[in-house]
Design a protein around this ligand. Structure first.
Ligand SMILES: NC(=O)c1ccc[n+]([C@@H]2O[C@H](COP(=O)([O-])OP(=O)(O)OC[C@H]3O[C@@H](n4cnc5c(N)ncnc54)[C@H](OP(=O)(O)O)[C@@H]3O)[C@@H](O)[C@H]2O)c1
Length: 292
């Protein structure tokens, strides 16, 4: 592991969804060690306690907050957003890592397919509803860690909740493509100073394999020994996005390679369509108020 570099900037406030495990957790501890204030979101309170204990060991416990939230819930995600807004006027960086595989099609209490709700919709809500706080930063940036650059999978416009044809991979790929479009639509907003980075970390030695069948777990573990990057390698570019946000509204990076924004997975018409569809879907849910 490389030694943490001192933060050359004034301390940042960084919200990390999925900040209790894998890449999000490593990023949070590294940023807290550099002097930033980290708010980590995760569903498992034991992982939250462990994160604070590990922050304490590096002398950064007072710079790490844990918010327990099941991000597959719309209202739960909005409660976490309100909690963040009650504690902070400004957010400098929002880093989106939370995801979990669902081998069976499962509905959230709000009636949404879980992978869609967790991997895509929570990122939509955090991106848009933390925008007032991000806009107050001198260099606000959102880093959406998913699978930009992959062209497999698609948004199933006529079956977004995958009622007709569900598989773990179909759901993961749909949400991945939806996150690509989320970045495109977000960056297209007029007078928006917040930078959006779509980042694909590549195969990494992280990820909760618990929900997967035993054979799949074994295969991925063996493959990871030979082919996966370390967590530190995969999060290294994220430090750069936080410290020096790109000058353009949207950036797409697959590992170390900049991707052209002309990729068909970054289609502006599809992005606009998904934004409208998402707004309609949210409006149809019984909902709490978003922050102003
Ligand atoms: N690892 C790879 O090879 C790889 C490759 C390409 C892309 N990616 C993408 O990179 C991102 C991070 O991956 P990772 O490997 O670091 O994942 P990870 O180790 O499995 O960590 C996932 C994080 O998400 C949180 N989370 C899961 N379900 C949640 C829920 N319902 N509510 C709130 N938080 C929840 C987990 O916390 P709790 O357990 O506390 O809920 C954990 O902090 C993901 O979007 C993944 O798709 C990963």
């Amino acid at each position: 592991m490389t030694a943490p570099q001192p933060n050359p900037h004034s301390p940042r406030v960084i919200v990390i969804s999925g900040g209790t495990d894998g890449m999000g957790r490593a990023l949070g501890l590294a940023r807290a060690e550099r002097g930033d204030h980290v708010i980590a979101l995760g569903s498992n309170p034991a992982k939250g306690r462990q994160l604070i204990a590990d922050a304490d060991r590096i002398g950064a416990a007072d710079r790490v907050d844990f918010i327990q939230v099941d991000l597959s819930g719309v209202e739960a995600t909005r409660r976490a957003i309100r909690d963040i807004a009650a504690r902070h006027q400004v957010v400098d960086a929002l880093c989106l890592f939370a995801n979990r595989q669902s081998p069976k099609r499962t509905l959230t209490p709000e009636g949404l397919e879980r992978t869609f709700a967790l991997y895509y919709l929570s990122r939509y809500l955090l991106s848009h509803e933390l925008a007032p706080l991000l806009r107050r930063s001198a260099a606000g940036v959102i880093v959406n860690v998913a699978g930009v650059g992959m062209d497999k999978g698609s948004v199933h416009w006529d079956d977004l909740q995958l009622e007709r044809k569900y598989s773990t991979i179909t759901a993961q790929l749909q949400a991945g493509r939806a996150n690509d479009l989320l970045g495109v639509a977000y960056a297209a907003q007029p007078k928006n100073p917040v930078r959006y980075v779509l980042y694909h970390p590549g195969f990494t030695k992280s990820g909760d394999l618990g929900p997967l069948p035993a054979a799949a777990r074994l295969f991925i573990r063996v493959a990871a020994t030979f082919a996966a990057r370390t967590v530190e390698q995969s999060i290294a570019p994220v430090h750069g996005f936080i410290d020096n946000p790109p000058s353009t509204p949207l950036t797409a990076i697959d590992r170390d390679t900049s991707l052209p924004l002309t990729l068909k997975t970054l289609d502006p018409a599809g992005a606009e369509r998904l934004a409208e569809t998402t707004q309609a879907l949210l409006a149809a849910l019984p909902s709490g108020s978003a922050i102003e």
